[in-house]
Ligand binder design. Structure first.
Ligand code: SAM
Ligand code: SF4
Length: 348
C-alpha cells in the first residue's frame, strides 16, 4: 500500500514528537516560559500526551498504509523516561524499515548504547557551535562537553552515519560554517546546514539572522569544492560531497547537506507527516491543519478508524507552505512571515 496525497506525493515518513519538553532553550526554538522536561525535575504529565503503547499502536496502523520510516523528535526526546521501550516497540513492527532520532545530545552519552541495543538505526545531533561558551549562549545553558561525549558515544554504539544539524545565523555562528565542514571531513560526520525558520518565538532573530541556503552554499564554495550527490529522493536536503584543497586535511572528502526549509520550497518532494506529543497529526509543519488522534488512540479505536484519520490528514496536506523569505516572485501566493507554531511543540 502506498499513501498518496492529492498532489501525487507518496507519504512514507512520519516524525513523532514524544514530548514538547526540553532541557535546553535554544534561541530560535523554545520560549523561556515553557516548563523544562528534565528527567531530574519531575514526571511528564502522561495524561495529556500519548503513551508509548499508543504511539506503537499508531505506528503499527500507519505501517499498514505504507509508512516505512520513523523519526523520534521533540522537544528533547531523551528527557522522556525509558525511550528504549518505545524504540523496541516500533522496531518490532514489520513494515518499519528505518527508525532514527533527533536529539540535542545532552543526555546521549549515557543512553546511546541502550538506544542502539533497543534497535535505533541512526541519530541526528543538533550542534550550533563548536565553541563551548557560544554553544551555551545559543542553547541557554547547554553543556558543549556533554554533546561531544554524546556524539562519541553514539559513534561507539554504531549509530552511523552521525549527522550533525547546524543552523547558521548571521552574526551569531555563521563564522563557524568552515570549522563544521573541517570537523566533518576529519571525523566522517555528515554536517547538515539548516536554514533558520521563523517561529512564534524568533521573529526578531529571523529578520536579522536568516541566511538562505544559496548564500550558505556560496560561502562553502569559496573554500571547498562541492559536488551534488543523489542520496535521497525525497525531503528538504540537498547533499554534496565536499573536498578540501587546503588546510590541515588537503584533498580529504566529506558529505554535507543543505536544508532549504524556507527558500527552496521542498514541498513538491515532501513525503512526511508529523505526530505531536499530544496526539495531533499534522500534514505540514507550516500549517495549523491537524487531525486529532488522541481520543481514538486512548479509546482503543479500531484499525480502520485510525487508518481513516491518517488518510484524512494526508488528504488535508497542503500543496506547499507559505513561509516568506522576502524574495518571492510576483506570481507567488500571499505569504506569512510569522509562523503559527512553536517548533518544540510540533517536532522539528
Ligand atoms: N531537541 C532535539 C534537537 O534539538 O535536536 C529535537 C527537536 S528540535 C525541534 C529538531 C531540530 O529542529 C534541531 O536540529 C533544531 O536545530 C531544529 N530547529 C528548531 N527550531 C528551528 C528553527 N526555528 N529553524 C531551524 N531549525 C530549527
Ligand atoms: Fe530543545 Fe531541540 Fe528546541 Fe533546542 S532545538 S530548544 S534542544 S527542542
Amino acid at each position: 500500500m502506498i499513501l498518496k496525497d492529492n498532489f501525487g506525493r507518496s507519504i512514507d515518513y512520519i516524525r513523532i514528537s514524544v514530548t514538547d519538553r526540553c532541557n535546553l532553550r535554544c534561541v530560535y526554538c523554545m520560549p523561556d516560559t515553557i516548563k523544562s522536561g528534565c528527567q531530574q525535575d519531575g514526571k511528564i504529565d502522561i495524561g495529556s500526551i500519548l503513551t508509548y503503547e499508543e504511539i506503537v499502536r499508531f505506528v503499527e496502523v500507519a505501517s499498514t498504509l505504507g509508512i516505512k520510516k520513523v523519526r523520534l523528535t521533540g522537544g528533547e526526546p531523551l528527557v522522556r523516561n525509558a525511550l528504549n521501550e518505545l524504540i523496541r516497540g516500533i522496531k518490532a513492527i514489520s513494515g518499519i524499515e528505518e527508525l532514527t532520532l533527533t536529539t540535542n545530545g545532552q543526555l546521549l552519552a549515557t543512553m546511546a548504547a541502550q538506544l542502539a541495543e533497543a534497535g535505533l538505526d541512526r541519530v541526528n545531533i543538533s550542534l550550533d557551535s563548536l565553541m563551548p561558551h557560544r554553544y551555551s549562549e545559543i542553547t541557554k545553558g547547554g553543556d558543549f562537553n556533554k554533546v561531544m561525549a554524546g556524539i562519541r558515544a553514539a559513534e561507539a554504539a554504531g549509530l552511523l552515519p552521525i549527522k550533525l544539524n547546524m543552523v547558521p545565523m548571521a552574526g551569531i555562528n555563521d563564522d563557524e560554517i568552515e570549522a563544521f565542514i573541517r570537523l566533518g571531513i576529519k571525523t566522517g560526520y555528515q554536517i547538515r546546514f539548516i536554514e533558520l525558520m521563523p517561529t512564534v518565538v524568533n521573529e526578531h532573530l529571523f529578520s536579522s539572522g536568516f541566511i538562505g541556503s544559496d548564500e550558505i552554499k556560496r560561502r562553502i564554495e569559496s573554500k571547498f569544492e562541492l559536488v551534488p550527490l543523489k542520496l535521497r529522493k525525497y525531503g528538504p536536503a540537498r547533499y554534496f560531497s565536499v573536498t578540501s584543497h587546503d588546510g590541515p586535511e588537503p584533498w580529504a572528502k566529506g558529505i554535507i547537506g543543505i536544508i532549504s526549509a524556507v527558500t527552496c520550497r521542498f514541498c513538491p518532494q515532501c513525503n512526511r507527516l508529523r505526530l505531536t506529543a499530544d496526539g495531533s497529526l499534522r500534514p505540514c509543519l507550516y500549517s495549523n491543519i491537524e487531525v486529532g488522534l488522541f481520543d481514538a488512540l486512548r479509546n482503543k479505536a479500531s484499525k480502520e478508524e485510525i487508518q481513516n484519520l491518517i488518510i484524512k490528514a494526508v488528504d488535508l496536506k497542503p500543496e506547499r507552505h507559505n513561509i516568506s523569505d522576502g524574495n518571492e516572485k510576483k506570481d507567488d501566493p500571499p505569504t506569512t512571515s510569522g509562523a503559527p507554531f512553536i517548533m518544540s511543540g510540533v517536532g522539528g
